[in-house]
Design a protein around this ligand. Structure first.
Ligand SMILES: CC(C)(COP(=O)(O)OP(=O)(O)OC[C@H]1O[C@@H](n2cnc3c(N)ncnc32)[C@H](O)[C@@H]1OP(=O)(O)O)[C@@H](O)C(=O)NCCC(=O)NCCS
Length: 192
């Protein structure tokens, strides 16, 4: 169980709260009790199954796929969840929540941004640069979650602001409408 390996109590609490919230959210949409769902996370390297403690979130209901596409992101005590009906078998969703305090470290631009993004950033007013970086990172992670790879793919190879490929929608969500404090950026990607 992942929670047992998380040493910091606040991080462990946030991890568990996110997992409980996602299960409750999913059960609420399906109109079932949370205990009726069996976790079925999936990882490109490790496969899927009730024992898997990482990867793309998913559930089974009474032995069959629950029929929802799901995503979760946590940041600084907040969690953001996304769900959609999986009418298309290949449809996926990725959500990401980032706080501006996470992108200010030296070297961020080198490890996180494409050459085209570094050019765009050069034209951003200095007082807006941190929020721009936060948005770029949130958009990249949302996209990488929708693709199911996470950071196995080098984020500096993913264009956050480019025209998305066909069949992919990538948007920033309204922070105020979500009830999030200043400094947060939320992004949502839907593929397929
Ligand atoms: C996915 C990832 C980009 C998110 O990182 P983060 O910003 O620190 O965390 P967030 O809170 O925004 O998102 C975490 C959630 O992303 C989701 N997630 C993790 N891997 C995912 C994947 N491959 N595809 C889609 N969603 C994924 C899970 O719901 C996870 O929640 P959990 O902690 O309850 O399991 C990052 O965790 C990652 O790249 N993980 C894969 C790392 C890896 O390759 N590990 C080796 C495993 S074999």
């Amino acid at each position: 169980m992942r929670a047992a390996g998380i040493k910091d109590p606040a991080n462990r609490r946030d991890f568990l709260a996110g997992r409980i919230a996602l299960r409750g959210f999913t059960a609420g949409i399906l109109g079932v009790r949370p205990g009726e769902l069996t976790a079925a996370y999936s990882c490109p390297d490790c496969g899927t199954g009730p024992e898997l403690d990482h990867g793309r979130p998913g559930y089974r209901l009474h032995g069959a796929p629950a029929g929802l596409i799901l995503s979760l992101s946590r940041s600084r005590g907040w969690a953001l969840l996304a769900a959609g009906g999986a009418r298309e078998p290949e449809a996926t969703v990725g959500i990401d929540l980032e706080h501006s305090s996470g992108v200010g470290f030296p070297g961020f631009d080198d490890v996180a941004l494409t050459p085209a993004e570094r050019q765009l950033l050069a034209a951003v007013p200095p007082d807006q640069a941190t929020l721009w970086r936060t948005a770029a990172w949130a958009r990249k992670e949302a996209l990488l979650k929708a693709h199911g790879t996470g950071l196995r793919v080098n984020p500096a190879s993913v264009d956050a602001f480019a025209e998305p490929t066909e069949g992919v929608v990538l948007v920033e969500l309204d922070r105020v409408a979500l009830g999030l404090p200043a400094g947060f950026v939320a992004a949502l990607a839907v593929a397929g």
